[in-house]
Design a binder for this molecule. Sequence first.
Ligand SMILES: *Cc1c(COP(=O)(O)O)cnc(C)c1O
Length: 366
Amino acid sequence: MPRPIQATIHLDALRSNLRTLRHVAGDAKVWAVVKANAYGHGIERVFEALRGADGFALLDLEEAQRVRTLGWRGPILLLEGVFEQRDLELCSRLGLWHTVHCDEQIDMLAAHKTNEPHRVFLKMNSGMNRLGFRPDQYRAAWSRLNALPQVDEISLVTHFSDADGGIGIAAQVAAFEQATRDLPGERSLSNSAATLRHTAHYDALRTSDWVRPGIAMYGSAPDFPEHTATQWKLEPAMTLAAKVIGIQQLQAGETLGYGSSFTAPAPMRVGTVACGYADGYPRICPTGTPVLVDGVRSRTLGRVSMDMLAVDLTDLPDAGWGSTVTLWGRADNGALLSIDEVAAQASTLGYELMCALAQRVPVVTT
Ligand SMILES: *Cc1c(COP(=O)(O)O)cnc(C)c1O
């Protein structure tokens, strides 16, 4: 019998979230962002559910190859472009579209021998200051690309630093619009947060040709806690659940787990669950992090250890040995525990928890 822990990938949720995003994005085509092995869900697992997208966007050439192996003949976009000269050969062979964000990538294209000109996405650094040409360098980069026989269509792309709140996107939208005003080509601006929060408020977003949602497709709210996934009509695509493998009765004043960091204020019934930080559950989650026990909300107690954590069963008389504890996602009774709530307890984001699901956790799809 394997350790009783399991992750479930919900294909119906992925389909539904993709539909929701498509609806919000209006006429824009949708890149399903599947970098980082589909945010930890597994490219091969999510592929069927996401093949209704217009293209797949990712970073790794190896991941692009896997998407082609699955039979996808439509667009694939490398979000960081190529890393070395010979990557362009794979782009030619697999028909990959690629971002161009720096002069070095233009140099590589200029030196690339191909009969099939490439479709490229020229990236503007409109304020994120991570990748891309600054607005005042953008036109020169466009002209250089446009003069290359290796280049077919040039699309225009930028990425927002604050679409989930904070200072917002107004300055970046303005910079992008101004520097691209009379350039031809398709445009792509929005990640999940911008798609959900800002599409209705900016012409540049409403009229863009491609959106690039990642996290929202997987059922996490990009702007939690301002909005929950449920408020955005997003369903969790990943459930992590494990079973109670031991029960302890604590007397008032007794402590629990490593460091004895939790002291029972009164007699308590505690369930020991087969999930720990080596499974991808954050060790930093404090006492009180929400869980569902047989679909009923309860909380963790004490420190998370490598292979186990403890949950409070004191007020759950029907729960016991063998009860299912949902760490995030959907319980069998339909109750939901958002990955965003757990992530917030760990001072991080749903993104990080999904991506950190450990290799040793068996995964099933439904
Ligand atoms: C990861 C990524 C996205 C998707 O972002 P989400 O916040 O997950 O929607 C979009 N565009 C680029 C360039 C990215 O790197």
